[in-house]
Unconditional design. Structure first.
Length: 456
């Protein structure tokens, strides 16, 4: 049988898009951040609220961003320009595209630094430095690593080179090929880790922690953290999904596809929790250890368990793969934009974008050592104790992402021509009406609440 010809600028199948978008969604957010914010916010009740936020804000914006991306069919700036010019809308809408390109570059600039840590920790784990270690050893290992500018710079650079190398090869030979290999690996590794967690004897405690809802532990902050994380984990609001959506063939219905992505992403976050918390409890460690949970607490746990060397190494390999496939998506908006608007080849545009992003990332590398006491915006009171890294994270996560998501929801809900929309989505009659109601009212309201709260 002859196969349909593969369009060079479109994903070769629905599965390829799902894998690429899930690769984008499943990242440090799922494996590093989700478990520790769940820990900080008391477990099960937080998870429930998080799921609600995925449904009300995450999935609708995900769907909207894919629709907009596919209708425009170009990089985020050109897509917004084309879709708004058709209807004589204000040029200000193009800011959604510019915001996307800027934010995705900024987010990658610091994401690649942590991606580099995950690589370094694969080797640290495998070398046995954590075997029978004590809390002092694991934390001094981490602090010494961060204090060494050369080390983190090296790993950050290697990580960025890998991202550039893969993405420069294009949608098919690069991104698709990589995610078809890496996503199954990621999934298998995650299942292996959950299996390992079952052997600790504390699995039920982990399950209870994740799923038993104790509403007395929910605070306003917890609610907002859930909403913010729902956006971050689905990669929405900053043009990444718009860029991936621009390569989506016309005949694929978007709602079903987006649901698959959200379900996969959520399952992987929950599985990561099931892999991590039993280890934490089995070693009498603190589930609410914060950002250090992965790099300090877990090595301690692995170092003191049978099979810890092997499984600890596997765990950091998992973290690295998750970070890599997310990072690949973050460079796509700028790469697509340079390619289309400056007429550069795919390889040149990815390299150019990558070098600029790497350079911005130096500020984040230094934030952990030479510049750890430098607070660039300390003259503004809310930025008083924030390093370069903290500031970039703050601007992207608290301003650019929510504003981008809000604008995309409003644009798709209120301005995008309705003609053909049910067919695009694969939603008709009542489900379509419900979806539009959520997208037009609930989603913007949800984002606005978090956004304003975060600002104050
Ligand atoms: N979703 C990714 C994660 O959970 C992060 C990400 C944000 C990726 C924005 C792309 C765009 O780690």
């Amino acid at each position: 049988m002859s196969q349909a010809p593969i369009h060079p600028k479109l994903w070769s199948s629905r599965l390829a898009f799902i894998l690429a978008a899930t690769g984008s969604a499943v990242g440090l957010g799922n494996i590093w951040k989700f478990p520790y914010i769940t820990g900080e916010n008391g477990g099960g009740a937080f998870v429930l609220i998080y799921l609600l936020c995925i449904a009300i804000v995450g999935v609708p914006v995900l769907i909207a961003e894919i629709v907009v991306g596919r209708r425009g069919g170009k990089n985020p700036v050109a897509t917004m320009q084309e879709l708004t010019e058709q209807q004589g809308l204000s040029k200000a809408w193009r800011l959604v595209g510019w915001n996307g390109i800027a934010a995705s570059c900024l987010v990658l600039s610091f994401y690649a630094v942590i991606g580099g840590w995950s690589m370094a920790y694969i080797i640290k784990m495998a070398s046995g430095v954590f075997t029978s270690s004590t809390p002092e050893v694991t934390s001094s290992q981490f602090n010494n690593f961060l204090a060494s500018t050369g080390d983190i710079l090296l790993w950050h650079s290697i990580f960025m080179l890998l991202v550039i190398f893969i993405v420069a090869r294009g949608i098919h030979a690069g991104v698709e090929k990589a995610v078809k290999l890496l996503m199954p690996m990621l999934f298998v590794l995650l299942l292996v880790m959950v299996g390992y967690a079952m052997t600790t004897g504390k699995f039920t405690e982990g399950v209870k922690f994740l799923f038993y809802p104790d509403f007395s532990k929910i605070t306003t902050e917890g609610f907002l953290a859930a909403l913010g994380h729902a956006a971050f984990t689905l990669s929405i609001g900053i043009g990444v999904i718009m860029a991936y959506g621009s390569y989506l063939p016309k005949n694929i219905s978007i709602a079903r596809t987006a649901f698959s992505i959200a379900i996969l992403d959520t399952s992987m976050a929950l599985l990561a929790g099931l892999a991590i918390f039993p280890l934490v409890f089995a070693n009498n460690l603190e589930p609410s250890a914060g950002p250090g949970l992965i790099f300090v607490t877990l090595p301690l746990a692995f170092g003191n368990m049978t099979g810890g060397l092997l499984f600890g190494t596997a765990f950091f390999a998992l973290l690295f793969i998750a970070a890599l496939t997310s990072a690949m998506s973050m460079i796509e908006p700028v790469s697509e934009w340079l390619e289309e608007s400056k007429g550069l080849s795919r390889a040149k545009s990815t390299l150019l974008g990558g070098v600029v992003i790497w350079f911005i990332g130096l500020g984040s590398v230094l934030s952990f050592n030479l510049w750890s006491q430098a607070y660039p915006l300390s003259f503004i009171s809310i930025f008083e104790k924030k390093t370069f890294f903290d500031l970039v994270d703050f601007f992207v996560s608290n301003l650019m992402m929510p504003l981008g998501g809000l604008a995309i929801a409003i644009f798709a809900g209120w301005y995008l021509p309705r003609k053909g929309l049910p067919e695009d989505l694969g939603l008709f009659n009542l489900p379509f009406k419900i979806f539009m109601f959520v997208l037009r009212y609930l989603t913007p309201l949800g984002i606005l609440v978090v956004f304003l709260y975060n600002l104050i």
